[in-house]
Design a protein around this ligand. Structure first.
Ligand code: 13P
Length: 256
C-alpha cells in the first residue's frame, strides 16, 4: 500500500530565521503524522535551519527544490546532490513548471538531475503538467506522459520505486483554480498506466503520484478522498502552518 505523502513547496519564501519559526509552529500543530509522510521543501538557504527545527520523527522529512547534476565543479550558484544529502534532505523536487518555464529547464536536463539524485540516495519528486493552451487543445495526456518518459528515461526497475510523480497542471498553480478531483484522478490513472507499461506492474502499483495546483485546507479532502491520488504537493497554503496542518490532518483521516 502506498503511504500518503504531503509535500510543502515553499518556493522562494522565508529566511532561515523565519523557516525555523514556521517549522516549530507546524510541529506544535502536527505532533505525529502517523500514517502520513510530511515533507517540507524550503529554499536552499533555509534547509539547515529547517532541519534543526524539524521533529526527530521518520514521518517528517526535508526536500530541496532543485539540484545540479554534477557532484561538484565550476558551476557558480549551483548546489549538488551530495551537498543536499549532507544537510539531511530525503527528497528533491525536480522539473517544477516554474523551473521549466522561467529558467529554461528541459526534459534532458531534468533526466540528468533525476539520475544524480538517485545516485546519491535522494528521492526525486518529478513534476509534470500541461500548460493552459495544451489543456485546451486536449493534449494533456500526451504532454504529461512525454514528460514522464523523457524525465525518467534509463531509470531501472529498482530505482523507479524511489521516484514520486507530482501532477501539477500549470494553469492550476497559484491561480486558485484547482483541477477537479475527477480530472486529476484521470491524469493520475494515465500516468500510472505509463509507469506500468515502461517499468512493469509492480512499479505501476508502488510509485506515488501527488496532485498539486491550488490545493488548500478547504479542497484537500476532495483530492485525498480519491484512491487514485496518493497525496498533495502544496504551494501557497503550506506557508501558513494552520492551513498546512489542516491538509495533513485531512490526509490522516483519509489514510488507507
Ligand atoms: P500552489 O499550491 O500555490 O498553487 O502551488 C502549487 C505548486 O506549484 C507546488 O509545487
Amino acid at each position: 500500500m502506498r503511504r500518503r505523502l504531503i509535500v510543502g513547496n515553499w518556493k522562494m519564501h522565508k529566511t532561515a530565521t523565519e523557516a525555523a519559526v514556521l517549522v516549530r509552529r507546524l510541529s506544535d500543530l502536527v505532533s505525529e503524522p502517523g500514517q502520513v509522510e510530511v515533507v517540507i521543501a524550503p529554499p536552499f538557504t533555509a534547509l539547515h535551519a529547517a532541519a534543526r527545527a524539524l521533529p526527530a520523527s521518520p514521518s517528517f522529512a526535508l526536500a530541496a527544490q532543485n539540484l545540479h547534476w554534477e557532484d561538484e565543479g565550476p558551476f557558480t550558484g549551483e548546489v549538488s546532490a551530495p551537498m543536499l544529502k549532507d544537510l539531511g534532505c530525503r527528497y528533491v523536487i525536480l522539473g517544477h513548471s516554474e523551473r521549466r518555464q522561467l529558467f529554461g529547464e528541459d526534459d534532458e536536463g531534468i533526466q540528468r538531475k533525476i539520475r544524480a539524485s538517485l545516485r546519491h540516495g535522494l528521492r526525486p519528486i518529478l513534476c509534470v503538467g500541461e500548460s493552459l493552451s495544451d489543456h485546451k487543445k486536449g493534449r494533456t495526456e500526451t504532454v504529461v506522459t512525454g514528460q514522464l518518459r523523457k524525465g525518467l528515461d534509463g531509470i531501472s526497475k529498482d530505482e523507479i520505486r524511489l521516484v514520486t510523480i507530482a501532477y501539477e497542471p500549470v494553469w492550476a498553480i497559484g491561480t486558485g483554480q484547482a483541477a477537479s478531483p475527477a480530472q486529476a484522478g484521470a491524469v493520475h490513472e494515465t500516468l500510472r498506466g505509463a509507469l506500468a507499461k515502461s517499468w512493469g506492474a509492480g512499479a505501476g502499483e508502488q510509485v506515488r503520484i501527488l496532485y498539486g495546483g491550488s490545493v488548500t485546507a478547504e479542497n484537500a479532502g476532495e483530492f485525498l478522498a480519491s484512491s487514485r491520488i496518493d497525496g498533495a504537493l502544496v504551494g501557497g497554503a503550506c506557508l501558513d502552518p494552520q492551513s498546512f496542518a489542516t491538509i495533513i490532518a485531512v490526509a490522516q483521516k483519509t489514510a488507507r
